[in-house]
Design a protein around this ligand. Structure first.
Ligand SMILES: C[S@@+](CC[C@H](N)C(=O)[O-])C[C@H]1O[C@@H](n2cnc3c(N)ncnc32)[C@H](O)[C@@H]1O
Length: 476
């Protein structure tokens, strides 16, 4: 297999890119393609996709509001297919095109490479609208002919090009080479399934607020609204089709929240009871905070180091009509915020690579660098070491990551057990590998075999979840 390199660019000088406004109809695919290409370009320069989309939106608020769904959909599809799209551009264009032209081409190729049943637009429409988008920018209009020719050349021999792409690791899998190799090393039996699952969009899963209703009752409500759904956990309901939160029955009233089924295991496994004092140590945006408070009347400290993100905990709790002591501080430096009263439960949902949730965050694979992993491992250890003394004797700490890399998961749990003599390991789900429908195309060419044999577990046969890791410790 060859190894093409994904296109990265230097970050722009200012923190937020300034996007030129356009004269394209906001409800046209051309407008959405242009905006999605701007967002993809910002990700290449190092910006997270949600921030990139927000920046595009802010640069032309009225127009982009109309096209928000289409822009987001194209940007997400493109980042799931960026390896293939960049490889095709490299094959079909003799000299690397200017940045924005390359990004519009990447978006158009990503759409055109989708299977007919998954495709959002017809191939003809994609070509026509990509050419229109390029023509609408004065500094790109010269490339209209190029964009037209590249897309038509691809479509003329679409199957052959996609077949040829299978020989290149990045083009075939749509992850950087180091990522493919890391997953292969960690999960020699499952790596294909894990990588393929990360290239599917995740389902819309809801958490039913146990204080307000039950899963069975909520399924009736959905049924009455003509919405198909399945129960996939004690509080988890998966909707058959995604829809905006403002159309989810009871969302605004706090009856349900959006939360992956794997993430819902945190509050469930924390084993909280009324009257306990609980620390949610890395709490924003407050998904697990809300769930803990839905399950028991506890005194909850929700700690978060990022003040802006901490504000989102307050917003989420206010929708649920629940309260916690939201505190801005570093979990690794309790002297800044700890009042000296031990906690009965500590949830350490630490910062991590997010390698388990790439189906929902397809930008993460392109943004991470191999050197991030040891840095995150060190930070996770610093946080765990600082939190352990805050736990009461007999209390429990739940260590959580949304990672599938063993360095951040099982290897951390082993290190923790060795480093803390008073820690007793309790049962927990351990590694949950992300599930998928199995429908995403899996490249056929094998890489060299891996060696890691850490055990993995799925939540249940019909459960559909992201990748998570859970380890639970009790203090003697
Ligand atoms: C995995 S996210 C937590 C998700 C959250 N538990 C939920 O369910 O919504 C990790 C969070 O930890 C925060 N964080 C990172 N380093 C931290 C530190 N040293 N102390 C406290 N919070 C930290 C990040 O800003 C981020 O919001």
């Amino acid at each position: 297999m060859t190894r093409s390199a994904p296109v990265h660019r230097k970050p722009p000088k200012a923190g937020t890119p300034r996007f030129a406004t356009l004269r394209l109809a906001p409800d046209s695919l051309a407008f959405a393609l242009d905006c999605a290409a701007l967002a993809v370009g910002a990700v290449r320069a190092g910006m997270a996709l949600p921030a990139a989309l927000a920046a595009v939106q802010a640069s032309m608020p009225a127009a982009a509001a109309l096209a928000r769904g289409a822009i987001q959909d194209i940007a997400y599809r493109t980042l799931r297919r960026l390896g293939t799209a960049d490889w095709l551009v490299a094959q079909l264009v003799r000299k690397a095109p200017p940045a924005h032209v390359g990004d519009v081409l990447a978006c158009a190729l990503a759409l055109a490479a989708d299977d007919a049943q998954a495709a959002a637009y017809s191939a003809f429409t994609v070509v026509d609208q990509a050419v229109t988008a390029i023509g609408a920018r004065r500094d790109c209009a010269f490339a209209k002919g190029l964009v037209n020719a590249v897309l038509r050349n691809f479509l003329r021999e679409r199957e052959a090009w996609l077949e040829k792409a299978q020989a290149d690791v990045v083009a075939a899998w749509n992850y950087p080479v180091w990522w493919v190799e890391a997953v292969q090393r960690a999960w020699p039996d499952d790596w294909r399934r894990v990588l393929a699952a990360g290239n599917e969009p995740g389902p819309l899963t809801l958490r039913v607020n146990a204080r307000r209703t039950s899963v069975a009752e909520y399924l009736h409500t959905l049924d009455a609204n003509g919405m198909a759904a399945t129960a996939i956990g004690p509080h988890a309901v998966r909707l058959a089709s995604p829809l905006p939160v403002d159309r989810i029955p009871g969302f605004a009233q706090g009856v349900v929240s959006v939360q992956d089924a794997g993430a819902q295991l945190a509050a469930e496994r924390l084993n909280v009871r009324d009257g306990m004092r609980v620390l949610d140590a890395c709490a924003a945006p407050g998904g697990k905070t809300g769930h803990i408070l839905e399950l028991a009347d506890v005194e909850l400290v929700a700690l978060e180091s990022d003040a802006a993100r901490a504000a989102r905990i307050e917003e989420n709790l206010s929708r649920l009509a629940l309260t916690a002591k939201v505190t801005v501080g570093d979990a690794g430096a309790p002297a800044q915020w700890y009042d000296g009263k031990p906690f009965d439960r500590i949830l350490a949902d630490v910062p991590c690579s997010a390698s388990g949730i790439v189906r929902r965050h397809p930008d993460v694979r392109w943004l991470r660098r191999p050197s991030d992993i040891p840095a995150l491992v060190a930070e996770q250890r610093r946080i765990l070491d600082a939190l352990w003394p805050l736990l009461a004797s007999g209390g429990e700490l739940l260590y959580v990551t949304c990672s599938i890399f063993p360095e951040e998961c099982e290897e951390q749990a082993h290190w923790f057990e060795r480093a803390h003599e008073d820690a007793v390991r309790l049962d927990a789900p351990h590694q949950l590998l992300p599930t998928g429908s199995g429908s995403a195309a899996e490249p056929s060419a094998p890489l060299s075999p891996g060696t890691h044999t850490a055990k993995s577990e799925r939540c249940g046969a019909d459960m559909d979840h992201d990748g998570f890791y859970y380890a639970r410790f009790q203090k003697r």
